[in-house]
Design a protein around this ligand. Structure first.
Ligand code: SAM
Length: 286
């Protein structure tokens, strides 16, 4: 077993990280190693079990916690159970309830569970009804498609969580297909150099980037990465959202993101803006 796999196994042996794919964890370890030349040298020599190594491991875990764990709702095998019920349910009302239950299993979709219809109405009133949606860092959003009010919709959702991406892919090819949707789930890593190429290959009418810019800009005080990603998106409209509540659940006094508006003006992208009780949305026209 090589050292990267060994470190990845050590991280993934923790219940919190076990749903993350090995390749993804290894790529994040490599990303952190690039930032630390001293540790990379020690790593090559094989003397990694030092204090620096422990700190390094702590940093990688902190990153994975803040970009992945905080959004996961810890309910064991609930996703699998709900999905298997979905596949067997013929009753339309029950099927919709099961979609809501699935949205409940990711903190971001949980927070907007009751707002999806309003959000989609607002978005489509500006962009028109889309034929194809691309969703970057999709979480469980695929299960909100019945609330778009559109049938015959193509949806491509991408995320870094392997098991969720497989679930979404299966949903779109089976349950979703019966409801009029088609599409696929794509496994991506926003911190990988291939990511920009991967996303630029997907063309769509609307691209959702819900609550993702804080993930893209993790650990830095500028927004270069977010800008780079947004520029690469191959879609006429991009819908970007941000939370409007702080970590302590207080409503922000100024939820609008000034830096984002300044960036849009600079790039000559126009935008519309709306808010729900805990999220704000920019509908950007490139
Ligand atoms: C704040 S949540 C937003 C989820 C979804 N867009 C929503 O608003 O419902 C952040 C999402 O980013 C995903 N994520 C974390 N790291 C990622 C990475 N390196 N590449 C792609 N997606 C990532 C997480 O799995 C999670 O689903």
């Amino acid at each position: 077993m090589n050292k990267l796999t060994e470190i990845s196994n050590e991280i993934r042996s923790n219940k919190k990280f076990c749903r993350l794919g090995e390749a993804y964890v290894i790529s994040i370890i490599e990303e952190f190693l690039k930032k630390d030349k001293k540790l990379t040298r020690a790593f090559e020599k094989g003397t990694i079990k030092t204090r620096t190594y422990k700190e390094f491991l702590k940093d990688v875990k902190k990153f994975l916690h803040e970009t992945y764990c905080v959004y996961q709702v810890r309910e064991g095998d609930k996703k699998k159970q709900i999905y298997s019920l979905m596949k067997r349910t013929k009753n339309k009302e029950r099927l919709l309830e099961l979609h809501e239950e699935m949205l409940h299993l990711h903190s971001s979709s949980r927070e907007r569970k009751k707002d999806y219809e309003t959000i989609y109405r607002n978005i489509f009133s500006v962009c028109g009804e889309p034929k194809k949606i691309f969703d970057i860092g999709c979480g469980m959003n695929a299960f909100s498609l019945p609330f778009t009010g559109i049938r015959r919709l193509q949806y491509v959702g991408c995320d870094a969580v392997e098991q969720d991406v497989h679930l979404i892919d299966d949903y779109l090819k089976n349950v979703g297909k019966n409801l009029g949707f088609k599409g696929k789930g794509l496994l991506v890593n926003a911190f990988d150099k291939e990511f920009l190429v991967d996303i630029s290959k997907v063309n769509s009418d609307i691209c959702f980037v819900f609550k993702m810019l804080d993930v893209f800009d993790y650990g830095v005080k500028h927004h270069k990465k977010s800008e780079e990603i947004l520029k690469k998106i191959n879609s006429k409209f991009i819908v970007v959202s941000f939370p409007t509540k702080t970590i302590s659940n207080k409503k922000m006094t100024k939820p609008r993101r000034k830096w984002f508006e300044v960036m849009c003006d600079r790039l000559k992208w126009s935008f519309n803006y709306f808010e729900t009780s805990n999220e704000c949305f920019y509908i950007v026209k490139k």
